[in-house]
Design a protein around this ligand. Structure first.
Ligand code: NAP
Length: 320
């Protein structure tokens, strides 16, 4: 591990809409922020939006905008005002002393007076036999990335929320049939997406069921074992692919023991601010929000975090 040459005013970990909006605001406050991207193990730089296609509900885009394009624009906007980027995995943080230090996977150290955590969330897994073994061989959590491989095949989407409906609808571009398996008999998804899914004749629903095993033939997914959540009855559903859309887990492992989390693992902030339990550390986006989890709300909390950090630095917080 090498010693840091300089101490940053503000470091932002994460480069989704929360992190990039924090960067835009911090840069415009002349704090010359450093964004560390690539912090989510196996996840994309730019966060979950880079895994989506059309974003239809981000204000300002009457015709919608592609997720990766939206992220690219935010990134260029942040750069324009003096944000620096480093693509590095942070492997350890030390928030016990100031300046805070972050250790990178390549052995470097980044020191900063204020820290904005925007590490987002990663897809939840079912934790059932066969899921890990067949990951990438029919099991996926990203229809946008992997849907193409299922042309004229039968795929299953698990979940009943907005993500599940979006994934199912998207997959009908390729798959001959998409079966949505949901553990209850009503969806959680917004009405507009429910209506679209119900109207799509390639989508079928299996209600009150959960997969209990992913079965493979020649190293590829060939069927799922489904259990009825009411009767316990078990059946085999032949399928070529399984897409998980069962929610997300906040990426907080980097801060275990130092930042307070709630029962679901989300970072706790002092509402209505973005202050965490450690003075000088602020949290924004999906890592602290389990209620709204929208690109626009992530961006909004990113803005709040940058303003909170700026005010904390201006009030001499770093010297305190
Ligand atoms: P979500 O709303 O938390 O839905 C997760 C779904 O998975 C629920 O239907 C849940 O069932 C089910 N589930 C959870 N754990 C399960 C398990 N172990 N086995 C089987 N099923 C399980 O997650 P999401 O769909 O990823 O959406 C997250 C947030 O992003 C939401 O706020 C959503 O509105 C937003 N989002 C918005 C859009 C959009 O506006 N276009 C698109 C995607 C996501 P229960 O219903 O029984 O709990």
């Amino acid at each position: 591990m090498t010693a840091p040459d300089t101490v940053q005013q503000v470091v932002i970990i994460g480069s989704g809409p929360a992190g990039l909006t924090a960067a835009i605001y911090a840069a415009r406050a002349n704090l010359e922020p450093l964004v560390v991207e690539g912090v989510v193990e196996g996840g994309p730089t730019g966060g979950q939006l880079t895994l989506t296609t059309d974003v239809e509900n981000y204000p300002g885009f009457a015709e919608g905008v592609m997720g990766p394009e939206l992220i690219l624009q935010m990134r260029m906007q942040a750069e324009r005002f003096g944000t620096s980027f480093v693509t590095e995995d942070i492997v350890k943080t030390n928030l016990d002393q100031r300046p805070f230090t972050l250790e990178t996977a390549s052995g470097g150290t980044i020191a900063t007076h204020a820290l904005i955590v925007a590490t987002g969330a990663k897809p939840r897994r079912l934790e059932i036999p066969g899921e890990e073994e067949l990951w990438g061989a029919g099991v996926s959590a990203c229809a946008t990335c992997d849907g193409f491989f299922f042309r004229d095949k039968h795929v299953v989407v698990v979940g009943g929320g907005d993500s599940a409906m979006e994934e199912a609808i998207f997959l009908t571009k390729f798959a001959s049939k998409v079966t949505v398996v949901h553990r209850r008999d009503e969806l959680r998804a917004s009405q507009i997406l429910q209506d679209r899914a119900f109207a799509n004749e390639r989508i079928e629903f299996v209600w009150n069921a959960v997969p209990t095993e992913v079965n493979g033939t020649d190293g590829q997914v060939s069927s799922l074992t489904l259990k009825d959540t009411r009767t316990g009855e078990v059946q085999d559903l032949p399928a070529d692919g399984l897409f998980l859309a069962i929610g997300h887990i906040p990426n907080t492992w980097l801060f275990d023991g130092s930042l307070e989390t709630d029962d679901d693992g989300y970072l706790v902030v002092e509402e209505p601010t973005t202050r965490t339990n450690v003075a000088g550390v602020f949290a924004c986006g999906d890592v602290m929000d389990h209620t709204y989890r929208q690109a626009v709300t992530a961006a909004a909390t990113g803005c709040k975090a940058a303003i909170d950090a700026e005010r904390w630095l201006a009030a001499g917080g770093a010297e305190g």
